[in-house]
Structure formats: C-alpha cells, structure tokens
Design a binder for this molecule. Sequence first.
Ligand SMILES: NC(=O)c1ccc[n+]([C@@H]2O[C@H](COP(=O)([O-])OP(=O)(O)OC[C@H]3O[C@@H](n4cnc5c(N)ncnc54)[C@H](OP(=O)(O)O)[C@@H]3O)[C@@H](O)[C@H]2O)c1
Length: 315
Amino acid sequence: MLRRRLPNTDIDLSVVGFGCWAIGKTYWGDDVEDGASKAAIRAALDVGINWFDTAPLYGEGHADRLLVDALGPDKHTVHIATKVGVRVDGPDGHACSDLRPEWVRADTEASLLRLGVETIDLLQVHWPCDRGSLFDDTLDTLETLRTAGKLRHYGLCNYDATSVTHARTAEGMVCLQTPYSLLRREFEGSLRSACDGLGVVVYEPLCRGLLTGKFGAQPSFPDTDLRAWDERFQGPRYRHARALVMDLQRVSARVELPTAALSIGWAVAQPGVTAAIVGAKRPEQVLENAKASSVLGRTKLLSVIDKVAAIHGGW
Ligand SMILES: NC(=O)c1ccc[n+]([C@@H]2O[C@H](COP(=O)([O-])OP(=O)(O)OC[C@H]3O[C@@H](n4cnc5c(N)ncnc54)[C@H](OP(=O)(O)O)[C@@H]3O)[C@@H](O)[C@H]2O)c1
C-alpha cells in the first residue's frame, strides 16, 4: 500500500483510507454487523491502511467505539481523522451543523473521550455552517484547540474554493475533504486550484458502491439505506452511471483487477489528490479496495479509464 505525505504535516497516509460511516450502523441498511465491521478494520490494517476517517455523527458514537475496540493497541500506530460541528437535535435525531465555539470545544472533548486519545491527529469541520456562526470564530477556536494540544491539525469538509482560500492562511489548517469520483467531478474546477499545496482527501470514490459494478439494472434498497432515496440510483442518472460502470467492468476483466480498485485508483491518481476514503462493511470489500494502490503508476491503464470517463462524462 503506497503512502503519501499529507502536506505541511509529518503524517504519511496510505492512499486508501478506511471510512467509518457505514460501520456506525445508521443510514446504510440492515446488513451492517459489528463482527464483520471489526474484521474489516483488522483487514485494513493487514493490507497497510494506516488511517481511519470517522465522525461523532456516524451512529452517534457507535463507529468511534467500534473502531477503538477493533484497533486495540494498534490505535497508537495509525492515524484517526474525525470531525466536528454537527449536533443531533431533538427526538427525531435530526443532524444540524453547529459551529459555535462552545459546541466545537464540547464536540472535540467528547471525541477525545470516546476515542480514548489525548490528541486528535486531524479534526475536520464536517459541514459549512448553516446557522450563522462566523467562520473566523470557528477557525480561531480550532487554532486554540490546536495550541492547547487537543488536536495536531485541522481541515474542512465540503467547503467551497472561497472558504478554503480564506481558511488556509491559518497554520493548523492542512486539508480539505471533498467528494470526488469518476462520476462526481466538481472538484476539478476552482476548488482544485484553491487546494494547491494543501492535502486533499476525497470521499465517495465508489459513489456509495455504484462504481464497484455490483448493482444490476435497477438496484433496490431497504428504507434504512440512504441509497433508497438517492437519485443517483434512480432513473436517467442511474442509467448514465451504469453505462460507464459496464465499460469499466470490461477494463477490469482485462487487467484482472476489481472494478472498485480501478475507480478508487483513478481518483487517487488525479492531480491534487492525497488519498481516498473508502467505506467498507466486510473484509472482502477492503481487500478489493486496497488493490487501488496497484493502479497508481500504470499510465496506460489510467488513460484507458480516462477514456471511459470521457465517453460517458460525469453527471
Ligand atoms: N465529510 C463528509 O461529509 C462525508 C460524506 C460522505 C462520506 N464521508 C466519508 O467518506 C467515506 C467513504 O464514503 P462512503 O462510505 O459514503 O462511500 P463509498 O466509499 O463510495 O462507498 C462505500 C460503500 O460501498 C460498498 N462497497 C465498498 N467497497 C466495496 C467493494 N469492494 N465491493 C462492493 N461494495 C463495496 C459498501 O456498501 P454496501 O456493501 O452496502 O454496498 C460501502 O459501505 C465514509 O465512510 C466517510 O468516512 C464523509
């Protein structure tokens, strides 16, 4: 498994990171089993994955607790990236952003306790604030937490080019987490330029499993799975995606690498990308996804994948 330096830090990240959303057991259907999730985490360690992306929101702490349990003493040899700034409100469990300094501090302290660490390697603002907190107040709070030793570095998720340009002048701000895949290409505009020299970790490189090629003509999901109401899995958008995936599967058969590995490998090979975060529920998925590392450096293969993407275009 190749590693790359997260710019402006001393952290080397495996190009494939492990995303902990699904193992939190909410929004991802009825087939998430703690035993299989733990085995997936152990498989990740075995193949050289050295970082895990989690969030307080993922099962409201369940993902964090399971991660720590599965890692055991290895917790101290890997990097844990988590997030801050989302609060679950009211009995209906509605998640809303809250970037007031007092919540950023409380949320960070709660993560430190749950993860059982003294310092968080990378703390990322989960979403831009939709409740009127001043961005500079949030950044100042993160900087204060950093100088107090509660976190080593911080980053942003889901922010635009203007916000990244503004925030990156702060010393502790080292990366952006943003969606990117063969189907979802908005990173390639002004956002990529704004991130020049910063770390960029991309999420949803498999487009929630779609780019593994495992779904048929009309996938169906239980109501407990967020893909049941994701329009990318329906109608013309899905048919468009499936045409791309079917071509990718032909390439995958020729080079004897899983379609998932080609999709992830392509994302990690793109300019400006440091690493990809990939979710998995079972060890077999991790083993396939880890093969993405072997796609890097295969210029001919990458140009064939580029051609497939160009024929179909993103959404
Ligand atoms: N900052 C943010 O706002 C944000 C938002 C989204 C995600 N993220 C992070 O990014 C991570 C990755 O994103 P994601 O989990 O949404 O999407 P993803 O990585 O594109 O897809 C993950 C899902 O695809 C399926 N899968 C994975 N590998 C597979 C394989 N080899 N073969 C078949 N199916 C496979 C699994 O679900 P099934 O088996 O059920 O199909 C898995 O849960 C998250 O876990 C989270 O850490 C962050």
